[in-house]
Design a protein around this ligand. Sequence first.
Ligand code: DGL
Length: 263
Amino acid sequence: MFDSGFGGLTVARAFLDLLPGEDLVYVGDTGRYPYGPRPLEEVAGFAHEIARFLVDEHDVKLLVVACNTAAAAALDELRDELDVPVMGVIEPGVRSLVRATETGRVSVIGTVGTVRSGAYQHAVAGTGAPVALTIAACPGFVEFVERGETESDQVHVLAERLLAPVVEAKVDALLLGCTHYPYLARTITDVVGRDVVLVSSADETAFEALDLLAIGDVVRPASPGRRGAPTFLSSGDPTRFAELGGQLLGPELGHAGSVPWAR
Ligand code: DGL
């Protein structure tokens, strides 16, 4: 599994809970975050490099692109290129979103790259669900999370400005279309109101992974004496990754290593 940084840990948490017997390998590309403002071709290049590393060096049996921006940039190409199943977070999130709405007015928020790619507009239309979609980019949100600043006055002020179109559209379900955003859930709810259901792709992605592994008959169950051993790797400072990552994910992230292209 990989992300530009700490965001994919929201997906990793769901995997650790639902698939406790598996040996999760997580790469946070913190040395090159944020992905959101970069051209999609550049993000696709990073995604290919990380995917190859996980397949070649860690022999993964399933690859999860736990980053919406990278999934928007490279999911189809990775599926064509790799011999292991590859899944993203966009389609699972959209499935949860259309299930969650009662009024049919829904919203997706994400990075500039994700919103500009059209991936969510396409995925929502692909469900055939009769929904009206309001989509908004939230530049700056990822940087607050990467600094460990999830509830400051500054992030609240930014959220009020960026989420104004969502409030205006009177949606009843809001998909957090960036894996960093669940860490801002309190701030986002303060702005959009408690009546709006916040939808994260993490749980649905983990359930889809379980289905894929079960179809391939390669699920590794946990037993009372054996749980999987997660590995966390960063392309930035691994000590800081373990510190903030441990606060965000929980005790499973006690230590982080480096990837070969680390700064
Ligand atoms: N977590 C990534 C996503 O889901 C954030 C991308 C970024 O680094 O800007 O899009």
